[in-house]
Ligand binder design. Structure first.
Ligand code: URA
Length: 301
């Protein structure tokens, strides 16, 4: 089916997205000759036959009881008012036509993470900047403040990006960036996201990228890189080379790089991170006008 067309009626968009999902799952394919009504009441059970009389008894056989009338079949299900459709993450994300709508769609995605987290962590920075960074999942500080990358690793990341002239607070789009995560909710105890959690939110992230339409994406760490590139290799193998994101995300060139939390634990790896930052800077320079003020090389803790 072709993509759901934008519509002025959000409920209609949701229903269209749900219909599209049903079609993707094969609801329009015939599996048998005759239709099967799975909601019909079950057929009435036949009453059990009484046991046969013992043959040796000389007395006249008592009259056999007439078999009891079959139990009245249950009343047909009443016509209930139509419940609102229960939409999955893919349908909810597909129906979101704006970033605000996507943020609200995320709140409707059913996951236990929603119950354990304090705040939804959607994104930060300037979506018009042309550069989108994608990390793994919020930590404790991010959960508390509802903003991505504001804890220790986020502060290191801000310093790294400042060294190539980028600042998420900058007003000028060419000096700023936009940042989000694969998971919008903090996993309890900062545990690593499960494969199921990543799979649940991947359509949301792809939709997020499609709505922002960045010119470049940077994937911070193995979770983001492997999920978005559908790769099996670890981040140390993936990093440092531009790849194209899947078509659902607009096929944008994306650079896998090391996660700042990893750099905090392994300061020697900052050398590779710096090489990636220079690649990013060069790509941004080639992709459009840039502001002055690129700092001297070097990432400080
Ligand atoms: N690590 C991440 O991947 N994302 C955050 O927002 C914070 C830490």
């Amino acid at each position: 089916m072709s993509p759901v067309p934008p519509t002025a009626f959000p409920e209609a968009a949701l229903l269209l997205a749900a219909l599209r999902l049903q079609c993707d799952w094969g609801a329009d394919e015939a599996l048998a000759e005759l239709p099967l009504d799975r909601l019909a009441a079950p057929p009435p059970q036949a009453a059990p036959e009484p046991p046969p009389e013992p043959p040796s008894d000389p007395r006249p056989a008592p009259a056999r009881r007439a078999p009891s009338a079959p139990a009245a079949s249950p009343a047909p299900p009443s016509l209930l008012p139509m419940a609102p459709p229960v939409l999955g993450a893919t349908a909810l994300a597909a129906a979101a036509d704006t970033l605000e709508a996507l943020r609200e769609a995320i709140r409707r995605i059913d996951t236990p993470l929603r119950d354990t987290a304090t705040n939804l962590v959607f994104a930060d920075g300037n979506p018009a900047s042309g550069l989108m960074l994608i990390g793994e999942a919020p930590g404790a500080e991010e959960d508390r403040l509802g903003r991505p990358f504001v804890g220790q690793s986020g502060q290191l990341l801000d310093r790294m990006l400042a060294s190539i002239g980028l600042d998420r607070q900058a007003e000028a789009p060419e000096r700023s960036f936009y940042i989000t995560n694969i998971l919008p909710w903090r996993p309890p105890g900062n545990r690593t996201p499960t494969d199921a959690e990543i799979a649940l939110f991947l359509p949301v992230v792809l939709r997020h990228i499609a709505l922002v339409r960045p010119r470049r994406v940077v994937m911070l760490g193995g979770t983001a890189a492997k999920a978005l590139l559908r790769a099996r290799e670890g981040i140390t193998r993936l990093r440092g080379r531009w790849r194209d994101l899947p078509p659902e995300a607009g096929g944008v060139p994306a650079l896998p790089s090391l996660h700042p939390a990893y750099l905090l634990r392994n300061p020697a790896a900052k050398r590779e991170a710096w090489a990636d930052l220079l690649m990013l800077r060069r790509a941004l320079d080639g992709a459009g006008p840039l502001a002055d003020g690129v700092a001297e090389p070097g990432i400080t803790e």
